[in-house]
Every structure is written in C-alpha cells, then in structure tokens.
Design a protein around this ligand. Sequence first.
Ligand SMILES: Cc1cc2nc3c(=O)[nH]c(=O)nc-3n(C[C@H](O)[C@H](O)[C@H](O)COP(=O)(O)OP(=O)(O)OC[C@H]3O[C@@H](n4cnc5c(N)ncnc54)[C@H](O)[C@@H]3O)c2cc1C
Ligand code: SF4
Length: 439
Amino acid sequence: MLERGPDPYHPRKDSTGRPFKHVIDQTLYKRNGSASKLFMGHGLGGSTSIYGAVLLRPKKEDFSPGQHLSQFLHLEDHHWPVSYEEMLPWFEKVEAHFSLRPFEPGVLQSDIQLAPINEEISRRWALHGLKPGILPLAIDPEKCLQCEDCPGYVCPTQARGSTRQSLVELERTYENFTLWPETEVLKMDRHKPEVHFRRMGDSRLDIVRADKVILSAGAINSAAILLRSGFGDDFPALGKCFMYHAGAVVFALFKNPTHAGQRFVKQIGLDEYYFGDQELPHKLGVIQSLPTPKAATKPIRNHLYLMMATVEDLPQFSNKVELGGDGRIHVHHKFHEYDNFRSAGAKRILRSLMHQAGALQSFAATAQMNKTHVGHQVGTIRFGVSPKTSVLDSWCRPHGMEHLFVLDGGFLPTSMGASPALTIMANALRVTDYIIQQN
Ligand SMILES: Cc1cc2nc3c(=O)[nH]c(=O)nc-3n(C[C@H](O)[C@H](O)[C@H](O)COP(=O)(O)OP(=O)(O)OC[C@H]3O[C@@H](n4cnc5c(N)ncnc54)[C@H](O)[C@@H]3O)c2cc1C
Ligand code: SF4
C-alpha cells in the first residue's frame, strides 16, 4: 500500500503539540486558473485522518438521481449501477466496525453526552414539530477530549476513527501486507497491473507489479494519475463531473452561552429537509451542526452556533480535473445555477431553523465563498453503465479492464445528499469482497 504522505502518528509535532500540519496536502494545484492549496488529507488514512467522522448513510433516492435531477442528467445516469439494497450490508459492516447507530430522526438517546445547547435546540425544534437526531459519529466517547475545534487535524487520542487505524491493524495482522508511507505514485500501466512510484526524497523511479491494483488517491489525484497514464484516450469521462457539495452554513448568535468555544457541539442533525420544503421542493440533503470558526474570539464563539446544509451539486462535464502544461493538476469548478438556487434556499431554511431554536441574529453563507475546501471531493472517475458518461463499471474497474479497481470518492456518479465517507468505505468493502471471491 503506497501512500504519498506520512503516518500521522509518527511525525514531528506542531507548535500546539499536535502531530498535524504536514498531514494536510501542501501541493500547489491550479484552481480555476489560480495556484491554490486544497484542504484535504495527505497521509495514512487520507482525509479520514482529519475528517469530521460523521458517517451518514445516503438515502435510497440518492441511488436513483434521475428522480429529482432528471432534467440535468444523461438518461444513462438516472440510476446508479448498484442499488441501495446491494450497498446496505456494506453500510452495516462499516457501521458495526465503528460501533455506530445510523441516524434516526427524533432519537436523541446515545452513548454520548449531548451538549446543553444541543438539548435546548432539540427541545425548541420539537415544539415546532421537528425531529432532530444524533449524528452517527465514528468517535470513541471514552477517549474523546471534546475539543471545540474538531475536526481539521489529526485526533490526539485516536478517539476519531480513521482508515489509518485499519491499515495499521492490517499490517500487524498480515505478513504479506506492507505500508509504504511517503511513497508517491506517478502513473500506472494501461495494459498491465504495474505501478510507477517514487519514494519521497529519492528522485529514482521504481516499479511495483501485482496481479491486481487498487487506486485510492482521492477523486482529484486518482483522476490525475489515470490521466498521466494515458487513460484519457479511452475514457472521455475521465476527470469530468468533479463535485464537492454546494453547501450552506449559518452562523447564529445566541443570548445565552452556547459554550461552542470550549466544547464539542457537532452532535445533532435533521434530515427533514433532504428533499427541500414547501417553498423549495428541491433536493438538498442533510442538515447538521458544526464547530465554531477559530477566527472568532472565545467569548464570541461561546455565544455562536453553526449549522450546515449539505446541498447535492450537479455532475457537470465542465467541472473537471486536468493536467496542465505547467506540470500541475488543474481543477476547474463552477457551481451550476441550479446548485446556487438550492443553496440560497438552504440558507433561508438554516436561518429560520436557528431562529426557531432561539437565536438572536444569524448570518448565512454558501460554499461558493470557500475556495479551498474540497473535503467532499467526488466524481471524476464515475461508475455507470455507459462509457460515454462514466469510466468505471459496477465493480469499479475501468470499462473493459480486469486488473485495475478505483476505490475512492472518484467512483460516485452523483454527490448525494449526505457526506460521502460512509459510502466510499462501504463501496470499498463491497468491491474488495468481490475481488476476493474472484481469486
Ligand atoms: C476537514 C474535512 C472534514 C470532513 N468531514 C467529513 C465527515 O464528517 N463525514 C464524511 O462523510 N466525510 C467527511 N469528509 C470527507 C471524507 O474525509 C472524504 O470523503 C474521504 O476521506 C475521501 O476518501 P478518498 O479515499 O476518496 O480520498 P482521501 O481520503 O483523500 O485519500 C486519498 C489518499 O491518497 C493519497 N494520495 C494522493 N495522491 C497520491 C499519489 N500520487 N501517490 C500516493 N498517494 C497519493 C493522499 O495523500 C491521501 O492520503 C471530510 C473531509 C475533510 C477534508
Ligand atoms: S474532539 Fe474527540 S475526536 Fe475530535 S480531536 Fe478531540 S479527542 Fe479527537
């Protein structure tokens, strides 16, 4: 297993004593023409080393996006090539691994202690007939320090479950499994399972051969590796339909302290607006609480409360990853008018929810304003039935190929109304089980 970044738990520490900064990708990409770093993980565990650990199931309707987005999709893309029912056992497997209970509207009992502000907000929402539930967090409550600014950095106690832990466990268990951190994959052979790589600090190129190869460098970097390897000639959809959710965020100010500046409050969510409301009967996604921004002072943070709405963004062929003549990876992305329309509607819903919860004032913004946060990067190597609009078949192999599998967020044909990590993990288990059955 070759990984470009380091092992987050065997590094130098930063000034706060946390072993963090260098597990955030420092590569300069070009985003819409400007050199830019993109906020994503770079190390064993990838972005799950710094993610929020909310492992939400998408809804059955997410697997048939034509139901809500038909006018914007090719006919071939109205249904995913895999059904919700086929994915369900794998969702359950990941949930069992992290001891999670799936999100259930109206259910607020859990092993975690709800922050008083969340109890208060839930109580007030219930008076309005709303049904908040507990977010399924892959966080071990016994080890968790309740840090107010989680996530965005490596968890100091390993309370936050990441795929890094599974990789280390695999290495401990199997003699024939080896982790090679600080090893960059440059390209792969199109015709045989052969990977060209370079160890960090060593300019020599090396080659590793196998029976089968699994590529999981994330939607942006996996697309770039395949493009560099010449797959673009055979797969016109490669690199296209890059998505990362057109979310909206509300910042609400409360008279009584929320204590969000001193403890973990990202605990509750609502799925009642997944398909919008009467005023906006359009697909949006899950609404969930967030930590407060570090830029504000503690006294202000202690009266703030943040929520975000996940807004499913459209797969557009003009939003893409390309290789630039300058040797950099270029990312082009502009939200569709329909994405902006729905995120504007989501802002209204979020503000109204905060006022129902007792906020004095609120301000809302959309993902358009954030230029670096591509945390929910998906698409670019979509699975599907047609090589015209997709790259991968239902087992995540490039159409017509047997030896290569792509198992990261790139396979997602649409971005769904829920955050992607659970679906990426479940799909990886589904496909690796298939690979094992084939051998
Ligand atoms: C701050 C933050 C918070 C998030 N919170 C949530 C959340 O609460 N819930 C949720 O569902 N999702 C969340 N996400 C998204 C989630 O983490 C990602 O969807 C998921 O980790 C993507 O998995 P992946 O395998 O596609 O890619 P990644 O996890 O990004 O893994 C790709 C790995 O490949 C490595 N790599 C890249 N290029 C190369 C190369 N050339 N050679 C070798 N290795 C390479 C990278 O270093 C990286 O380690 C969050 C993301 C961020 C950044
Ligand atoms: S809040 Fe818990 S899970 Fe998050 S960084 Fe702190 S200890 Fe880790």
